[in-house]
Write a protein that binds this ligand. Structure first.
Ligand SMILES: NC(=O)c1ccc[n+]([C@@H]2O[C@H](COP(=O)([O-])OP(=O)(O)OC[C@H]3O[C@@H](n4cnc5c(N)ncnc54)[C@H](O)[C@@H]3O)[C@@H](O)[C@H]2O)c1
Length: 358
């Protein structure tokens, strides 16, 4: 084990530590203490039940399906009931093991239960390891409204087990890479070029992943520490997300989150070309570079209704009645928040993109 990062937060500073395996990471938590309860992704538990059994008895683990329904506001009541019936106390610790879904559920629970309790996070997807595990956010769905309810409450520790990624399906690896790519695009030409060259060895050789997980977290740290509550520079981390969320919603979540972000970044680049912010050659280059990381989902967008995408965009937190404040680009490392008119600018640009450009 080694603490590789310390993140400053308004609530409390917290460390990111690295381990080879989930078993080692679990053993480093207060799992054995009687006051500890655990929320675990059911699929992760099925793969690693031996590691769990070594550390804590089954009655102290609540298994949760990693689904968008599970991270809804409505689905939280049984989680709170379970924690309280199991005797969770203010000085207890909540262990959360899973990807972004479990993180959102665990973070929300820890932030409001008894007005804030200790929680430790063992992220098990690439997306959660390289991105969501730091930054303090919880996001829950309410019916159709995705990620509209949430809190800022970082874990007290993040324990990264590299080995746990070996059971992750390939599309979930590509999903995490969407966020890795986004962070390195924000960081500039050289980090992006080095990343893309290195990723060429995938899927055969994944030994580079720990390096890029850490590099991603270091980039993200520079945005979240000065702007934890997302009022300024942190907004840039939304690059690709407004359009990505709309694609997820318009396809009924068939597209893994980070792959939708990759498609969202291409969309933001295309809209930037249409607004004259960047040359069309930049879009052409990005289209080639990003294709391996989103196909065949990109092609499937051709059958999506433009109106469904626009309706989803209108539900975005950053949309007013007639305009959308989204992150566009003037080139690699040059992202900006720009207001786009929904009818006169976005509708024609998206129509063209979905029909023939993506
Ligand atoms: N709060 C935040 O800061 C934040 C940031 C980004 C995304 N999110 C949310 O995270 C969610 C997506 O999370 P995600 O992409 O991490 O995936 P996920 O939690 O949805 O998990 C994806 C799939 O992988 C399985 N899985 C997880 N770990 C595994 C492992 N090690 N081996 C085998 N299978 C494994 C899960 O059971 C699930 O089927 C979305 O709901 C998104 O809104 C939250």
């Amino acid at each position: 084990m080694s603490a590789v990062l310390t993140i400053q937060s308004r609530s409390h500073p917290y460390t990111v530590e690295t381990f080879d395996s989930l078993g080692e990471a679990l053993a480093a938590t207060p799992a054995a203490a009687a006051g500890t309860l655990c929320l675990a992704d059911r699929a992760v538990h099925a793969h690693y039940h031996v590691d769990f059994e070594r550390c804590l008895p089954p009655e102290r683990i609540l298994l949760v399906e990693a689904s968008e329904e599970a991270k809804s506001f409505e689905a939280m009541a049984p989680v709170f009931t379970w924690l309280l019936r199991r005797g969770f106390k203010r000085d207890g610790c909540l262990l959360v093991v899973g990807g972004g879904v479990l993180q959102d559920i665990g973070c929300f629970a820890a932030s409001v239960l008894m007005r804030g309790v200790r929680w430790e996070l063992l992220p098990t997807t690439l997306l959660a390891q390289c991105d969501s595990c730091i930054g303090s956010k919880s996001s829950l769905n309410l019916q159709l409204f995705k990620n509209q309810i949430g809190t800022f409450y970082p874990p007290h520790r993040v324990l990264l087990a590299h080995g746990v990624l070996r059971t992750l399906p390939w599309d979930e690896i590509r999903s995490g890479l969407g966020e890795v790519i986004k962070l390195h695009l924000l960081a500039g030409e050289q980090p992006f070029a080095e990343l893309m060259d290195s990723l060429a060895a995938l899927p055969g050789d994944d030994s580079m992943l720990p390096r890029w997980v850490l590099s991603s977290l270091r980039i993200k740290q520079t945005y979240i520490e000065p702007d934890e509550f997302d009022r300024g520079i942190r907004n840039l981390l939304n690059y690709g997300h407004t359009f990505g969320h709309a694609y997820e919603s318009a396809t009924h979540y068939e597209i893994p989150h980070g792959i939708a972000v990759t498609l969202g970044m291409l969309t933001a680049t295309w809209v930037s070309v249409r607004l004259g912010l960047v040359d069309a050659s930049h879009y052409a280059a990005m289209k080639d570079r990003l294709r391996p990381w989103h196909e065949p989902y990109g092609s499937r967008l051709k059958s999506v209704e433009l109106s469904a995408v626009l309706d989803a965009i209108k539900l975005d937190k950053k949309a007013t009645r007639s305009a959308l404040h989204c992150i566009l680009t003037r080139g690699i490392g040059r992202m900006e928040k720009i207001s786009v008119d929904l009818e006169s600018q976005l509708r024609p640009a998206l129509g063209e993109l979905i029909a023939r450009e993506i």
